[in-house]
Design a protein around this ligand. Structure first.
Ligand SMILES: [Zn+2]
Length: 107
């Protein structure tokens, strides 16, 4: 999977409705990458009709702000608390046993 070409961000065509950047592919179709993918750090645009790909040269500060007017469930991709129930094995039992022993020393 090689990169066909490196393309400057400002050379891309922007579709403001779908927030997708496109660039003409030699096969006649267009490479495309969404603004959201760019914000996610994705910089490779693919062509839906062939296997070519381009790498987009950009700085995050060049990107327009991502519109989030839809209620996609993208917002809820916080990490699920994996391994949250770590069991701490404390030697409480041992401590209690010592205390019990002491208090049982009568006389
Ligand atoms: Zn193509």
């Amino acid at each position: 999977m090689s990169i066909y070409e490196e393309v400057e961000f400002e050379d891309l065509d922007f579709d403001p409705v779908n927030q997708i950047y496109t660039y003409p592919c030699p096969c006649g179709d267009k490479f495309s990458i969404s603004l959201e993918e760019l914000w996610d750090g994705e910089d490779v645009a693919t062509c839906p009709s062939c296997t070519l790909r381009i790498e987009i040269i950009y700085d995050e500060e060049d990107l327009p702000e991502l519109k989030e007017d839809s209620d996609d469930d993208d917002e809820s991709d916080e990490e699920e608390g994996e391994g949250s129930d770590v069991k701490k094995e404390e030697n409480i039992d041992q401590g209690l046993a010592d205390i019990t022993k002491k208090s049982l020393v009568v006389e």
